[in-house]
Each structure stands twice: as C-alpha cells, then as structure tokens.
Design a protein around this ligand. Structure first.
Ligand SMILES: [Fe+2]
Ligand SMILES: [Fe+2]
Length: 179
C-alpha cells in the first residue's frame, strides 16, 4: 500500500471514532432530556460517517485499497454538558491535526488530487473547531444556571444556536449581524 493511501486509511479511524463517540454523546444527552444538544450530536455523528464515506470514495475512485478500521467502544458517561463539549473540541482538534498531516504528506508527494480532496476537509475542520469553541464558551457563560442551559438546548432544537458561526470561510459577519 502506498504511503499516502495508508495514511488516508489510518485517518478513517479518526472519522469513524468521532462518529461513534458523538453517537454515545447523543445518547447521554437524550438520557438527560437535553433533546436539542442530543439531536445536534446525532447530526454530527452522521456527518462524521459522511466524512469517512467521502475519503473512501476518493480511495475507490483513485483505484486505491480501502481497509476499514476497528472502532473502539466510546466513553459513555460525562460529568457535565461542559465536560462533554470540551471533549468534542479536543476530538476535533485531533482530527484537524490528522488532516493537516495528510495534507503535508500529499503536498510533499505532489499528489494534487489528494490535496484537492483535502481542501474541503481543511475548511470543514475550521468550521467544526469554531462551532465547538463557540458551544464551550456559551456553556462557560451559562455556568450552573439551568435556565441558560435549557435556552441553549432550545436554540439547538430550533437550529439557531450556531447561526453566527461561520468558521472564517463564509466571509464573516454581515453588516447588522451580531457575528
Ligand atoms: Fe470529520
Ligand atoms: Fe468533525
């Protein structure tokens, strides 16, 4: 197996592991009746599977071998919603580092189709980290205030919680927007 193909296959584990962990988080949040946060994490879980599928399609279309990884059973309990989202942020930073490693490798090898494929992931990770950081900050502001936590949960349910997070790729806040 070529070095880059092996590295992309290794990265698949990070995407599947994130998907699995986010599903476990969605379940934990659902058990706490935080339905907005729970459905957000379920969507994120499905998105991570989509990321893996995207890379698998790239490998197949490039006539490279695909080796699906073993996925470990995820953590299933968190001390607080804050602790859970701190984990989301750490996990996303790990995925970003892995994507950047793939990018550096592909660039060094002059594999242009790989860097073209990875460009999408670089933007996606910027957005994902921005979202995770935003939620962590909101939760810190909420502190021990249940009403503030429930308001944020409601905003996730309505799909407005992250409306202003654009990850630097959407041109930033428009005039009149809170940003
Ligand atoms: Fe991902
Ligand atoms: Fe992600």
């Amino acid at each position: 197996m070529k070095e880059l193909t092996r590295a992309i296959n290794n990265h698949l584990a990070a995407e599947f592991q994130a998907s699995h962990t986010y599903l476990a988080m969605s379940i934990w949040l659902r058990e706490k009746d935080l339905v907005g946060f729970s459905s957000y994490m379920l969507t994120k879980s499905n998105e991570e599977r989509g990321h893996a599928s995207r890379m698998i399609a790239y490998l197949v279309d490039s006539d490279q071998d695909v080796e699906l990884p073993t996925i470990e059973a995820p953590q299933r309990d968190w001390s607080s919603v804050q602790a859970l989202f701190d984990d989301v942020y750490d996990l996303e930073k790990g995925v970003t580092a892995s994507i950047h490693h793939l990018y550096t490798l592909a660039e060094g090898l002059g594999e242009r189709s790989a860097t073209a494929m990875l460009d999408w992931f670089v933007s996606e990770q910027l957005q994902e980290e921005a979202e995770a950081r935003f939620v962590c900050k909101r939760l810190r502001l909420a502190g021990d205030n249940s009403a503030a936590l429930l308001l944020l949960d409601q905003q996730f349910l309505e799909g407005t919680a992250l409306a202003h997070v654009k990850g630097g790729m959407g041109g930033g806040p428009q005039p009149g927007e809170a940003g």
